[in-house]
Design a protein around this ligand. Structure first.
Ligand code: SF4
Length: 318
């Protein structure tokens, strides 16, 4: 039997939003991060090896224009017609507004670029930067992506994130005020050191209350060349099993308002840098396990918030 998806995926959002295929092009614009250079802290988040989540940070960096052109060429072979340029690597608002404008403008290589996504930290969006982003929200579809990973400051401290949940609450309020047409996506990680399942569900509830437009969820994975690699080797970092993560992903989806776009549901699974967990599953298998668990529970995105079931089930069957 073919089921309708039980959550509002990014691919479904793109199909609803735009005619033709739209792809996101990840970019490394050469930013650093205040959590690495000492402005907030040194060393970065304990799990962060930027090479593990941004393909463009390996090898010599091309200009932003070259990266966009290469991305367009690559995705056009898959049928892409238009593009969202995604400033992904490190903290992409960490510069003065004039410098940011120069960098962002370089990505608009043609009319085929119809959107921009900017990944950043919630403590790195002063009002001047938000006012600049408001200008881009006028000319394209703008996503601002805030990495917070948890709503618990103890977890921020345990992973050296060097910001608080209060920074996120403040950033959300100022972003809504100064960039009202931007969409906001929030990144969280399940399985941070010291977090119980109840704490992870609390984070899901808090985000629903504050109101994010999109969410990226993934499990904690330990990679090489990180502080966490050493903690893990000392037995200090337990990681989630597949079943545990699938359950937590479903718990989180149930708590999402129904129109929050689910941009990601898992992290790296088996890249050469990943030490743990090694579930021995493909991305498609993990997504299928989440779908199956949602069906087994007879639940869906937003159920706990009163959203109707998106799955058409013949009368009398459910
Ligand atoms: S804020 Fe992001 S880029 Fe900076 S250290 Fe943490 S994970 Fe890495």
């Amino acid at each position: 039997m073919v089921h309708a998806p039980r959550y509002f995926s990014f691919s479904r959002f793109l199909k609803e939003q735009y005619p033709g295929k739209v792809y996101k092009i990840p970019l490394d614009a050469g930013f650093t991060c205040p959590n690495r250079d000492g402005a907030k802290a040194f060393g970065g988040c304990t799990y962060c090896d930027n090479r593990s989540f941004s393909p463009n940070t390996r090898g010599p960096r091309k200009s932003v224009r070259e990266q966009v052109q290469a991305g367009m060429e690559f995705y056009r072979r898959r049928g892409a017609e238009r593009f969202i340029v995604y400033f992904q690597a490190f903290t992409n608002t960490y510069a003065a507004p004039d410098e940011l404008r120069r960098i962002y403008d370089e990505a608009f290589v043609s009319d085929a670029v119809i959107g921009m996504a900017v990944g950043t930290r919630p403590d790195c969006v002063p009002d001047g930067v938000l006012d600049l982003l408001a200008e881009y929200a006028e000319r394209c579809d703008l996503w601002i992506e805030y990495g917070i990973q948890s709503s618990h400051d103890a977890s921020h401290a345990a992973t050296n994130r060097a910001h608080t949940f209060g920074d996120y609450v403040d950033a959300m309020a100022r972003t809504r005020r100064r960039v009202p047409t931007a969409r906001i996506c929030t990144h969280i990680i399940h399985g941070l050191p010291g977090e119980t399942p109840e704490m992870m569900r609390t984070t899901a509830d808090r985000l629903a209350e504050i109101g994010t437009d999109g969410i990226k969820i993934h499990h904690l994975y330990v990679t090489r060349h990180t502080a966490m690699e050493h903690q893990h080797a000392r037995g200090e970092i337990p990681v989630l099993g597949l079943e545990e993560y699938v359950g937590l992903a479903c718990d989180t989806l149930e708590r999402r308002p129904e129109r929050v776009v689910v941009q990601r549901l898992m992290g790296e699974l088996d890249g050469e840098l990943v030490i743990a967990p090694r579930w021995g599953r493909t991305k498609a298998q993990v997504l299928a396990a989440i779908d199956a668990e949602l069906a087994r529970r007879d639940t869906w995105q937003g159920k706990r918030r009163g959203a109707p079931c998106p799955v058409a089930v013949p009368a009398g069957v459910r």
